[in-house]
Design a protein around this ligand. Structure first.
Ligand SMILES: Cc1ncc(COP(=O)(O)O)c(C=O)c1O
Length: 402
C-alpha cells in the first residue's frame, strides 16, 4: 500500500480495510493525465533490465524487480498485497492452487525425520499430502480437534502443526489460541488452512498462528472460474516458502492473479450475503421434520459452539451441512434439487449441494466416515449468492418429495 492512498481519506485518518482494498493495483498516470481503474494484466514471462548494473542487482537479490515470471510478477504481487492486508500479515504469497500452497509450504518447512501433527478431520487432499510427506520420511502424527489438553504432549518434538479454521463437512472449529500456545511451547510452527472461514470471519495470525493458508479457488476467487492458493505470515517464514515456490514453480500465473485481486474486492459483500442466507437455511432446516441434524457452529446445539463464538467473527462461512435418515433419502433429495447444482466445491456465486460420502470423503470406509462425524444421509450445501427464499423453496420441494 503506497502512501498516496492516505490522500483518499482526511489527513491522519486511517482508512478501513474495504477502502484500502479498492486501491490496490492503482497505476501511475503514465504521464498522460489519465490512468486505468482496473490494473493492467502483464502477460510478460520475462522482464528486461534497463542496464547491466540493474540486471546484476536483481540477480544478486539487492534490487526487488520483476525479472522472471516464476520468481514473481506484478499481478501476483498485487494479489499478495491484498491478501497480506486481509490477513493482517506482513506478507503473503499466491500459488497455482490451494494444494500447491499447502505442499510448497510443507516442503519448505519440513525435512526427512521431522514430525508434523495434523489436528483433524481434515480435507481429503491434505490427507493425500500427508501420505506423500510420510513417503519422504516425515512422521505424521494425529491430534483430536476437540481435546486441546492432549495437544502439548502430541506436539512435543514436532516441527509443524496443521489444522483447518472450520472442518469439512462437519464444521468443527478448533481453538486456535490454544493450538498456537501449544505450538509455541513445543517449538513448532503452526499453520491453519483457513479456506472455510475466509480471512473475513477469522484471522488466524491474530490468534497467534504462524501461517494462514487458503484455497483461493473457493471464497477468495468466488466465481468458480479460477484455481489458486495463498499463504500469509511473517516475512522471514514467507522468504523460505518463496524460495521453495521458485524451485517447484508453483506461483499463480498473471491472468488468474488479476482475477483473484478483482474478486477479493467484493469478498466482504459476498461473505455477508452468504452468511445471511446460511442463517435462514439453517433455521428453516432445523424446523423441518425430515431433517435429523443441522450442523451450525453458531447454534448452541453444535459441539464447538463456545469455541466458535471465540474463533469466528460474525459468521460461520457459506456451508450448511444437514442429515437425512439414510443415503437413499439424501440421494433422492439431491436429485430433486433444481437451483442447487450437484457439485462438490464451495465459495462460488452459485449454490452447490453434494454428498460428502460420495465426493470429498469417498475414499474412507463407512466406519471411518462415521468416526469423523459423517453419516450416510449427510448432505453438504455450499451457499452462493441467489435469493435466500428461492434457495429455501428449492430445498423444501426436494425434501417434501423425499
Ligand atoms: C479446505 C480445503 N483446503 C484446500 C483445498 C485444495 O484447494 P485447491 O482445490 O484450490 O487445490 C480444498 C479444496 O476443496 C479445500 O476444501
Amino acid at each position: 500500500m503506497t502512501d498516496s492512498h492516505a490522500n483518499h481519506g482526511r489527513p491522519g485518518e486511517a482508512l478501513a480495510l474495504s477502502t484500502r482494498l479498492m486501491h490496490i493495483g492503482e497505476q501511475e498516470s503514465y504521464g498522460s493525465g489519465v490512468k486505468p481503474l482496473s490494473p493492467p494484466l502483464h502477460h510478460a514471462a520475462i522482464w528486461e533490465a534497463e542496464s547491466a548494473e540493474l540486471l546484476g542487482a536483481i540477480g544478486r537479490g539487492t534490487a526487488d524487480r520483476a525479472f522472471y515470471g516464476r520468481y514473481g510478477h506484478p499481478n501476483a504481487r498485487q494479489a499478495e498485497e491484498a491478501m497480506a492486508l486481509l490477513e493482517g500479515a506482513s506478507a503473503a504469497l499466491v500459488f497455482a492452487t490451494g494444494m500447491s500452497a499447502l505442499t510448497t509450504t510443507w516442503d519448505a518447512l519440513l525435512s526427512p525425520g521431522d514430525a508434523i501433527v495434523l489436528v483433524g478431520p481434515l480435507y481429503g487432499g491434505t490427507e493425500m499430502a500427508a501420505k506423500r510427506a510420510a513417503r519422504w520420511g516425515i512422521e505424521v502424527r494425529r491430534a483430536p480437534i476437540d481435546e486441546p489438553a492432549t495437544w502439548p504432549a502430541l506436539l512435543r518434538g514436532a516441527k509443524l502443526v496443521h489444522t483447518e479454521s472450520i472442518t469439512n463437512p462437519t464444521l468443527r472449529v478448533p481453538d486456535l489460541e490454544a493450538l498456537a500456545r501449544a505450538a509455541r511451547e513445543a517449538g513448532a510452527l503452526s499453520m491453519v488452512d483457513a479456506t472455510f472461514a475466509s480471512p473475513l470471519l477469522q484471522r488466524p495470525l491474530a490468534l497467534g498462528i504462524d501461517l494462514s493458508m487458503h484455497s483461493a479457488t473457493k471464497f477468495l476467487g468466488g466465481h468458480s472460474d479460477l484455481l489458486g492458493g495463498t499463504i500469509a505470515g511473517s516475512e522471514e517464514l514467507l522468504a523460505r516458502i518463496a524460495a521453495e515456490r521458485k524451485v517447484l514453480g508453483t506461483i499463480l500465473a498473471p491472468e488468474p492473479s488479476w482475477r483473484l485481486l478483482r474478486s477479493i474486492k467484493t469478498l466482504e459483500l459476498r461473505m455477508a450475503r452468504v452468511e445471511a442466507t446460511r442463517r435462514v437455511l439453517c433455521e428453516r432446516l432445523r424446523s423441518t421434520a425430515r431433517v435429523r441434524l443441522v450442523l451450525d457452529p453458531l447454534h448452541p446445539s453444535h459441539p464447538d459452539h463456545a469455541v466458535a463464538l471465540r474463533m469466528l467473527r460474525g459468521g460461520a462461512g457459506g456451508i450448511a451441512t444437514f442429515e437425512l435418515e439414510d443415503e437413499p433419502a439424501a440421494l433422492r433429495c439431491l436429485d430433486r434439487l433444481r437451483l442447487f447444482h450437484r457439485a462438490a466445491s464451495l465459495g462460488g456465486s452459485e449454490s452447490l449441494a453434494s454428498l460428502p460420502a460420495l465426493t470429498s470423503h469417498a475414499a474412507l470406509t463407512p466406519e471411518q466416515r462415521v468416526a469423523c462425524g459423517i453419516r450416510a444421509g449427510c448432505i453438504r450445501l455450499a451457499i452462493g449468492l441467489e435469493d435466500a427464499n428461492d434457495l429455501w423453496r428449492d430445498l423444501q420441494q426436494a425434501l417434501e418429495l423425499v
